[in-house]
Design a protein around this ligand. Sequence first.
Ligand code: NAD
Length: 426
Amino acid sequence: MTKAMMDDPRRIREENPFESMMERFDRAAQLLNLNPDLYAVMRVPSREIKVYVPVRMDSGRIEVFEGFRVQHNFARGPAKGGIRYAPDVHIDEVRALAAWMTWKCAVVNVPFGGGKGGVICDPMQMSIGELERLTRRYAAELIDFIGPERDVPAPDMNTNEQTMAWIMDTFSMHARHTVTAVVTGKPVELGGSRGRREATGRGLLFVINEAIKRFKLSPPNTRVVVQGSGNVGGIGARLLHEAGYKVVAISDIFGGIYNPDGIDIPAALAHLQQTRSLQEFPNVEHVSNSELLELECDVLAPCATENQIRSENAGRIKCRILAEGANGPTTANADKILHNNGVFVIPDILANAGGVTVSYFEWVQDRMGYFWKEEVVNERLSDVMVASFNDVVKYAENHNVDTRTAAYMLAIDRVAYDTRMRGIYA
Ligand code: NAD
């Protein structure tokens, strides 16, 4: 892409995740004929917290990092959502991700609102000690705003089980007793849930299983292309492979590997783990991440990052089913093109909701102090994902809208109902 294309204001606008989210929210709200008072309340976040986090670096000097926590909506329960560490964290992105969490929790009908956090930092350049001090002080700054009944963070980009354990410990030190349910995505030994690590990929598998039935496909004759090979893409591809699907392409940040006869996914993931890249994997063709999206396939699962399918490349997407493992992989402008080309979309707020569903199970288990077997977790996850898929598809058919609009309408309708029943304290 040329510099002029990168700097084009239309492109910048199309790729602003908050604008994409709002465009879909507005369309769904309009179709629902949402009451103007509810619209006014629901279109904005409930609370945005900005913190400046001093951290003593290994050099002995203090560095101050900027962090956010956006609590988008509490109508259905405590806010819920991840915390990401990255140099390009932006409040607009955090706002969009927090709102997506509200709609996602409502689509799968778990009793949470939406939240998201972020700290502007470069975790690759920080030591473990610096990351621990950053995490603890960020958690301490948020202490009055988070908690099992208020807001329950989880891992996101560049945060993990260890980060959650530090937050849980910091919160517990201030509370003077152990509070496991303040975060999810913890190590299983510290109140985490069995099956949480695989939950997003497994949820993706469950909704793909439902979607292929609509096309009279079965796993062995379903060609799947997966972008990304991390928690969602890697685990999703492995589970699809185990279920008999033909995964023909998969990628990492450097590019993709392709074999129309199918890839040995466990071998590719082992290679990725050993060499930290898929690039030298044998007996495959090499494609770029953008070429990968345009491959001939039945299911395309973008599981890497935002804005991968845009107005400029949407017309060249050849899949029958788009299963959005990532958050916001498709821009609002691209939606119309995919719809006109008859692509069946399993929207992100449904397709990747397996993660938050098992986070909900983790929160429930922590509060009970009683932990379920992995089979129980997976069976309950299947129940939720299959029911939610059918809810969205039925809603789309009944209202004659595409599945993304249906998922937003269903979610907004549920949040609006609860807001109306509670009444607006104004
Ligand atoms: P991850 O860091 O484990 O993996 C990300 C993968 O994407 C890696 O393979 C990486 O190489 C690749 N990647 C990163 N940037 C890329 C780029 N610019 N182009 C191509 N590939 C790129 O992250 P994850 O947890 O798998 O999350 C992936 C997406 O799924 C994100 O959008 C995240 O918000 C969303 N998501 C994750 C979960 C979860 O439980 N992990 C739940 C819901 C949604």
